[in-house]
Design a binder for this molecule. Sequence first.
Ligand code: NDP
Length: 246
Amino acid sequence: MPDTHTKTAIVTGASRGIGAEIAKALAGDGFAVVVNYAHSADKAEALVGEIEAKGGRAVALRADLAAPDGAKALFDGAEAAFGSVDILVNNAGIMQLAPIAETGDAMLDAHLATNLAGPFRTMREAAKRLKDGGRIINFSSSVVGLYQPTYGAYVATKAAIEALTKVLAKELGPRGITVNAVAPGPVATELFLSDKSEELVARIAGMNPFGRLGEPVDIARVVRFLASEDSGWINAQTIRVNGGMV
Ligand code: NDP
């Protein structure tokens, strides 16, 4: 029998990295959390175990959000588990780097499917199914604003997310649903660290005044606030969470 009292949050891509930290934070705040993943079943199940061990409620749900039916399947699963959905955190994403001249169609298509079409479809489901007064928190990147070489495919999808955030905020405002985005700077996760030399990581870490990479918890704290009642008058914004990397 689904629980219709506890508020429910879907966190896409929550098996590891920033999403896993967000899932833990929201569970700690009393949300029933849907831990979505595409491939990392073991990590997602382990995270659910960790949340439950602390008295929280969570379920792991596999849904490949790059596939056309992924978003609907995710919401169907979330409603089956917890009755209804209050919060959508659109965190799942991929990043591969190459100059535009060397960006093949497969790489471009993967970014468009995972980072743009996927969140578009979860936003569409949320627009139809989120409870009034809910929250949508999208994921951009501080690369929007910096526009460094090799980020072409990735930044195109993230700039589009910032645009969609503003449009959907206007569409859902009358129902008391806020739509915001966070745009992290570099965060020490697999997405950022893979394929980078120690020297390059150190150079990028030096691009903010604190001289360090972000940690997943730096981002999760902001998402936690945006998911809370206290953020109710913040709407249609993109918050750059990057330690001052400008
Ligand atoms: P990670 O690579 O550490 O984790 C990515 C997560 O997304 C995993 O849980 C993965 O699940 C999931 N995922 C990937 N593809 C899909 C898919 N098709 N369907 C469902 N889930 C999927 O990334 P981060 O935690 O670093 O990034 C999280 C978000 O933050 C992304 O949107 C990223 O663009 C953004 N960001 C990250 C920055 C950074 O420096 N790390 C900087 C700026 C923005 P699975 O393992 O099951 O595939």
